[in-house]
Write a new protein. Structure first.
Length: 202
């Protein structure tokens, strides 16, 4: 059941897309270019991700991805401020495609890249990115025969709790100042990497 979290993400992302659609910030009208660029790059990263699943053990892949995420978080927290442009969006989207397909954790590369943007822009970008990305990863893994049906049962059991958390998040999303939101992004990325690392080492 290495890919359980991919199936669980489907429930969260569908709800997140609906929640992001309620953002009324008119400046988000120009955000579609960012979404398209990252989604296309993520699609390109899906095939290498499938290859990693078939060529390496989940533990080795998980350790490598977790360490890279932790290093990226440390650098961005202290020193590095990566500009958001077409080149960095392609790089982050491609890395997320590989990581998301091979470990089910695609969020950190994109979240770290957009951490200095307005919360509404981050939400809408991640919602579309995750929704399209999860479908790409599921399709690629299914075609490669690396998608156990048992994972869907686990997703069904856990989905009510995920939807409850999603509802709470939508209610609270306007209460975080911009800098606190950035810190929350870094904390979530760190937690994702630590969980992945512990799972891979266990």
């Amino acid at each position: 059941m290495e890919n359980v979290w991919v199936q669980l993400a489907v429930h969260v992302i569908v709800g997140t897309v609906a929640g992001a659609a309620s953002d009324t910030d008119p400046s988000l009208a120009n955000n579609s270019a960012s979404q398209s660029t990252t989604v296309i790059a993520r699609a390109a990263g899906t095939l290498p991700g499938v290859w990693l699943v078939l060529a390496f053990t989940p533990a080795r892949i998980g350790i490598a991805v977790a360490v890279m995420v932790l290093v990226a978080v440390l650098l961005s927290w202290r020193t590095v401020d990566v500009p958001v442009n077409r080149g960095t969006m392609v790089g982050a989207g491609f890395a997320a495609g590989i990581a998301g397909t091979s470990t089910s954790i695609a969020g950190p590369p994109i979240a770290l890249l957009f951490q200095h943007r307005r919360p509404a822009e981050v939400r809408s970008t991640l919602a579309v990115f995750f929704f399209c990305g999860v479908l790409l990863s599921l399709t690629g893994l299914a075609l490669a025969g690396a998608l156990p049906l048992a994972s869907l049962a686990v997703a069904g059991v856990a989905s009510p709790f995920l939807l409850l958390g999603l509802r709470l998040g939508i209610r609270l999303r306007g209460s975080l100042p911009r800098e606190r939101f950035r810190q929350a992004v870094l904390v979530v990325c760190t937690a994702s990497a630590v969980v992945l690392l512990l799972k891979s080492l266990g």
